[in-house]
Design a protein around this ligand. Structure first.
Ligand code: PEP
Ligand code: MG
Length: 583
């Protein structure tokens, strides 16, 4: 048996889990390169043909399922995949490659397809550019079949397992069920990547950014995942297993105790009240939100309705999703954020060509304003749902006044359109702007005149202000919510919002970290919105302190010079008032 090994990564979602490791390869498989003789070329071509036939069968069966579930037009989207498999010119290029290089067909097939992909992604022709995703998909499928690897679906694991992957996209994570995926660990990724956020929502313990997890863990090995501390233990001894079983029970017990605060208000000892609400990605999360005692939904990340499907959700589908959430949460509010596509959330129907800097690219409100057809459809659905409860709307990634005014103009036009059609919508609908780009933070006095509230998106505000990619584990140590620059920016946004008589919330992960919630409370934040699992602990922080104490913490913290100093000070301050909440 291999000796026990401990790996340290980035804690992404809390909790302890243990079980057997299962590998999930969504991306490139390691390709063996093997020399062949000229006589072997026909055998290699035969292997390729067999893999292509198998791929064809797989695609046809997916088409059949799509056509039954969603209709023929959805199934037809995969016709482009079939065309790639039938391409005669491709076969000739591969034979040519085999003859000249005398290496195995996996290597040649991969090289040829990659060459095409490169050429397609550079072309001016939009149609060809859009085909790159089809070709990439076919490349992976054929290679998997050549290598005899099963393509897996995270939604249908046969046994409860610990998933080990180099990377997982937010949409792959969204397919997980916690009774099958006990925990997951990845080589890459950061604490506020949408994969990590999704794991928290699904209550699946996770550690990301381990760098070497796929190298050090072997298939079938027994591993312990400690998502709270960001640790993974491979092949633990009996004493360690027992220690973690105790830890697992302790974690469950603490969560159970904190849940008893569910119906108590989020109020300080000297009666300063704040609103505690939850972030969700999918309508199915609403029961968990209610179970954790939320006073509403501070961020509904609607883009997840657009992932894992071959087409766009219709107005009707969106309306139903929004209505169901709004009705379940009423009379508490639900803040629906218009789609924040792009960044690390990509959608299949668009087949967007990849960007060098996706987080700084065609994303969020920029995408919506460039695709008014989709934006208007979403606004119609949101407005129609507004009569079914307490709904508010907000725009993501506003970077300046013009963008906000343009969004509001479109909203106004859509309202007029609905009024003409005699369709009801709430006349009191509050509209907010997310403040998550430094330029918005610095001009929020101008933005405040156009909206009813701000919601600070620290996941992005931190990455843009500190120039630290939120999904890159190599620089994760620089991703500091406690950096003096972040403290100053947040304080300014809250102060300016209040001076303009609008309320200010926060829906970034920062709002759910206990020492930081103490700071935000002192800064006068009105609403804290975080993953449902974090809610009870934030409530406990708020209920343990006097508001005046939190204010004095802010005063001291603003005098400190580095993120580390601020972090140590906040932890010590929290320990003073709520020792049980500090590890
Ligand atoms: C944020 O940026 O803080 C935020 C809440 O939005 P998202 O994490 O979806 O980018
Ligand atoms: Mg954001």
């Amino acid at each position: 048996m291999a000796p026990m090994t401990k790996l340290k990564g980035i804690p992404a979602a809390p909790g302890v889990a243990m079980g057997k490791a299962l590998f999930f390869a969504s991306e490139d498989l390691p390709l063996p390169r093997r020399a062949i003789t000229a006589e072997e070329i026909p055998i290699e071509m035969l292997r390729l043909e067999e893999a292509m036939i198998k791929t064809r069968h797989q695609i046809i069966s997916i088409q059949r399922r799509l056509s039954e579930d969603l209709g023929q037009e959805h199934a037809d989207i995969l016709n482009a995949h079939l065309l790639v498999l039938e391409d005669q010119a491709l076969r000739e290029e591969i034979i040519h490659g085999l003859k000249h290089q005398l290496v195995n067909v996996e290597t040649i097939f991969n090289e040829v397809i990659r060459r095409h992909l490169k050429a397609f992604s550079r072309t001016e022709d939009e149609y060809l550019r859009e085909r790159t995703a089809d070709i990439e998909d076919v490349r992976k499928r054929v290679l998997r079949n050549l290598l005899g690897k099963q393509s897996q679906s995270l939604a249908r694991l046969e046994q409860p397992s610990i998933v080990v992957a180099r990377d997982l996209s937010p949409s792959e994570t969204a397919q997980m069920h916690k009774d099958r995926v006990l925990a997951f660990v990845t080589d890459i990724g950061g604490r506020t990547s949408h994969t990590a956020i999704m794991a928290k929502s699904l209550e699946i313990p996770a550690v990301v950014g381990l760098e070497v997890a796929t190298k050090r863990i072997q298939k079938g090995e027994f591993v312990i995942v400690d998502g709270t501390r960001g640790e993974v233990i491979i092949e633990p001894d009996q004493a360690t297993i027992q220690r973690y079983e105790v830890e697992q029970r302790r974690h469950q017990e603490v969560s159970r105790q904190l849940l008893q605060l569910k119906d108590l208000p989020a109020e300080t000892l000297d009666h300063h009240r704040v609103i505690l609400s939850a972030n969700i990605e999918l309508p199915e999360e609403v029961p968990s939100v209610i179970a954790h005692g939320s006073q509403g939904i501070g961020l509904f990340r609607t883009e997840f309705l657009y992932l894992n499907r071959p087409d766009f959700p219709t107005e009707e589908e969106q309306f139903e999703a929004y209505r169901s959430v709004v009705e379940q949460v009423a009379p508490n509010p639900v803040i629906i954020r218009t789609m924040d596509l792009g960044g690390d959330k990509f959608i299949s129907p668009l087949r967007l060509p990849s960007e060098m800097n996706p987080f700084m690219g065609w994303r969020a409100i920029r995408f919506s304003l460039a695709r008014p057809d989709l934006f208007r459809m979403q606004l119609r659905a949101i407005l129609r749902a507004s009569v079914h409860g307490n709904l508010k709307l907000m725009y993501p990634m506003i970077s300046g006044l013009e963008e906000l005014q343009r969004s509001n103009e479109i909203l106004h036009e859509v309202k007029q359109e609905l009024a003409r059609e005699g369709v009801a919508f709430s006349q009191q609908l509050e509209v907010g702007a997310m403040i998550e780009v430094p330029s918005a933070a610095l001009t929020c006095d101008l933005l405040a005149k156009e909206v009813n509230f701000f919601s600070i998106g620290t996941n992005d505000l931190i990455q843009y202000s500190l120039a630290v990619d939120r999904v890159n584990e190599k620089i994760a140590y620089l991703y500091e919510p406690t950096h003096p620059a972040i403290l100053r920016l947040i304080k300014q946004i809250i102060d300016v919002g209040h001076a303009a008589n609008i309320w200010v919330g926060m829906c970034g992960e920062m709002a759910g970290e206990p020492p930081l919630s103490l700071l935000l409370l002192g800064m006068g934040l009105d609403e804290f919105s975080t993953s449902p699992v974090q809610l009870p602990i934030v409530k406990q922080v708020i209920r343990s302190v006097e508001h005046s104490f939190a204010k004095s913490v802010v005063e001291q913290a603003l005098k400190l010079r580095t993120g580390k100093e601020v972090e140590a000070f906040l932890t010590a301050s929290l320990k003073q008032v709520a020792p049980a909440l500090v590890e």
